[in-house]
Write a protein that binds this ligand. Structure first.
Ligand code: NAP
Ligand code: ZN
Ligand code: ZN
Length: 350
């Protein structure tokens, strides 16, 4: 075991503060990574504040991790010391069930091991995330990061990127389709970039008219302000596919009205209760509502390779580790363009 510096929440009502954790020495299949940057996902905030229940403390959040490989175990084939590597939301799964065998570890029948707010499968020890200097992860849950991209802006791809890429691929979004991305935050801005790169006609659906210009710059063809009742009426029945990233329970009926015959809306944001859905809004138009959870490790690699080819990264604001509590408050106030990324050098220097 070796000690590294980290930032942790001691309880749901405690701010994040300096903390020391122990990492395991890399085993034969492990990759030891010197963390350079870690993105700040809205899920970090939900979990650190126990919005979803059952949170495990002390908690070191962070599941948008990029860094350089320091050391690899003797059976590690896909990476070597010096390579750029990424770790996302998962660090382990059962690896035997049908979803795991199908490279869909996020749907592991036993539940995947989260990068934080989770316990190791064998030892049951708490696992700690990326707001830390180093991490040790089994090679199956480590991806290779293309060398041609701006590394600090790559970090958010490990969660915000894969969470939006995966449903767009699964629902075969592409040329000739009208796609709406609901909510222009960390996930939403990646959804716009990917849907545009996949060839769809993209509309940013937002509560914030002031983000309109940004949406167009990010790749949207149109902007629809969801608080504008007349504009929402005009847009009825126009969309093949909607990707909804709103982080809280809400009324999805107005969004269902935007779908055309056989249209689908996929939810990735709201894990908690939604307002009642009127059956008629699904039945008339044979519409569907579905959910999607991050993406498997093979697809995460595919997404990063796609980003390398298409030169896609996140729009970020780099912060120091001691600015993390303020960043959480700003995230709650919808004041981020469009992802905070922690420069882990500020933790190493502290
Ligand atoms: P974020 O950066 O805070 O963005 C959320 C956006 O939703 C905001 O920028 C805002 O966009 C809109 N919004 C916020 N509150 C709203 C409200 N009350 N009503 C309507 N719109 C609202 O969050 P994020 O990091 O993108 O995460 C979004 C959600 O996805 C979180 O709940 C997170 O936990 C979840 N998540 C899920 C997965 C998964 O695998 N399914 C993975 C990662 C994250 P506008 O200003 O444009 O309206
Ligand atoms: Zn996340
Ligand atoms: Zn499994």
């Amino acid at each position: 075991m070796f000690k590294v510096k980290a930032y942790a929440a001691a309880a749901a009502d405690a701010p994040l503060a300096p903390f020391s954790i122990e990492r395991r020495d890399p085993g034969p299949h492990d990759v030891q990574i010197d963390i350079l940057y870690c993105g700040v996902c809205h899920s970090d905030l939900h979990q650190a504040r126990d919005d979803w229940g059952g949170a495990l403390f002390p908690m070191v959040p962070g599941h948008e991790i990029v860094g350089r490989v320091v050391k690899v175990g003797e059976h590690v084939v896909k990476l070597k010391a010096g390579d750029l590597a990424g770790v996302g939301c998962m660090v382990d799964s059962c690896r035997r069930c049908d979803p795991c065998e199908a490279d869909l570890e996020q749907f592991c029948c036993e539940g995947f091991t989260g990068t934080y707010n989770s316990r190791e499968r064998g030892s049951k020890a708490l696992v700690f995330g990326g707001y830390s200097e180093q991490i040790v992860v089994d090679q199956r849950f480590v991806v290779k990061v293309p060398e041609n991209l701006d590394l600090q802006a790559v970090a958010p791809l490990l969660c915000a990127g894969i969470t939006t890429f995966s449903p767009l691929r699964h629902w075969k979004v592409g040329k000739g389709q009208k796609v709406g991305i609901v909510g222009l935050g960390g996930l939403g801005h990646m959804g716009v970039k990917f849907a545009h790169a996949m060839g769809a006609h993209v509309t940013m659906i937002t509560t914030s008219p002031e983000k309109g210009q940004d949406a167009l710059r990010l790749g949207a063809d149109e902007v629809l302000v969801s608080r504008d009742a007349e504009a929402m009426k005009q847009a009825r029945g126009k969309f093949d596919f909607l990707l909804n990233t709103i982080p809280v329970g809400h009324d999805i009926n107005p969004y269902l009205a935007l779908l055309k015959l056989d249209g689908a809306m996929v939810l990735v944001g709201a894990l908690t209760a939604l307002d009642p859905v009127l059956g008629v809004n699904l039945i008339f138009g044979r519409k569907s509502v579905a959910g999607s959870l991050i993406g498997g490790m093979a697809e995460t690699q595919e997404m990063l390779d796609f980003c390398g080819e298409h030169n896609i990264v996140s729009d970020i604001e780099v912060i120091r580790i001691d600015e993390i509590n303020e960043a959480y408050e700003r995230l709650l106030k919808n004041d981020v363009r469009y992802r905070f990324v922690i420069d882990i050098a500020s933790l190493k220097a502290a």
